[in-house]
Design a protein around this ligand. Sequence first.
Ligand code: SF4
Length: 453
Amino acid sequence: MRKILLVEPAYRNKFPPLGLMKLSTYHKLRGDYISFEKGLNPAKKNQQWDIIYISTLFTFYWKATIKTIDYYLNSVKDKSNIVVGGITATLLGDELEMEFPGITVKRGLLNKRGDIDCANGIIIDELIPDYSLLDDIDYEYSLKDSYIAYATKGCPRRCKFCAVHRIEPDFIHYLPLKKQVICVDEIYGKKQDLILMDNNALASDKFEVIIADILDLGFERGAKLNGRKRIVDFNQGLDMRYVTDKKMQLLARTAIEPLRIAFDDISMQQQYEDTITCASKYGLLELSNYVLYNYKDTPEDFYQRLRVNVLLNEKLGTKIYSFPMKYIPLNAKDRTFVGRHWNKRIIRGIQCVLLATRGLISPKRPFFEAAFGKSYEEFLKIVYMPDEYIIYRRNHENNGAFEWRKTYSQLTSNQMNQFLEIISDNKIEEKDVVRQKSKRLKTILSHYIESKR
Ligand code: SF4
């Protein structure tokens, strides 16, 4: 019996770590002892383990990932028994090997025989995840009471901002969904919801079979379990370029909620509107929209995409919740990247608005306009304000923010250019205020210093 430690670094994650859960199943089949940890635990660090598996997520969690590997490095006899897998391991594997010579980095999926323990015939990726693992720790994954499954793997597209083709290079049109769910039922009991992690299910030529599986599994529209509504969620979003009337009709037969559609580029506005119109025709009114920003888009087209959703809601009776997703390059080790048409102040301003609205962009026009402005010009006026004026807008409405807005509207175009140049890197200091000759510039810039006090 070997002693196996499974570790997920301490970053926040609502999804249970499927890879580690499948490794747990594998090692339990082999009769090994398993322990699971979220982050750093001195009691576990001080033991000796035969193998320590460390999962990784986005590359911008680089610091937390490195810290975790470093922490457990001496808890195995041989460094090769530290096995690191997952997204960062795939995208920045060489750098991990340079940072920690001798560790084992597993790139891509564990979908070949002998990926672990070379000589055996088990494919880890096909195993049923060990849900009991999640009871070992205090951390609560919010999607714990869900089947987390795949009906397809990979994606036939290769969008430049997306890592899927590097992690799952082959598009597999169909995986036996029913088997995955039924096996979980048998071992761990029924779960409430079905979360599908497919990257591009609509591209599958077996889409009808996938829907039939979902219906057979008891996730038809209106389905309930223990008196509660059941939900199917294609969590990674659906690709509108593959939407047809027929596919939307099929989706509407399931308990899908919300229907997630990405709207990454303003040039796709017409197609996006047609897709939402089609969804509403079949009664799919609860929608969620991933809005990529800070990529090749401009702040103006970001604002317009949010506004399109509000207008569609009014026209179609839909409830589209927008979820802005900030673009970060696939190999970035932090989240500081700023896109070509963006600057730090605007990005920070958007984050402050989202903090004020608790990350939720209301589907209703009055709330949207209060948060993001009635026009692009108003949007800019909001995101340029000092953080505190945006986050605690009510508290500052009648004094600081009022004064700021008054001075902002009085800036000449020359002063405006200077002002924007100074605030764009979002680091306004006392010396920036002092060195201004114009009184208006001094006044407006001093708000960034004063509001922090
Ligand atoms: S369609 Fe979606 S999953 Fe496929 S490459 Fe583009 S962003 Fe990634």
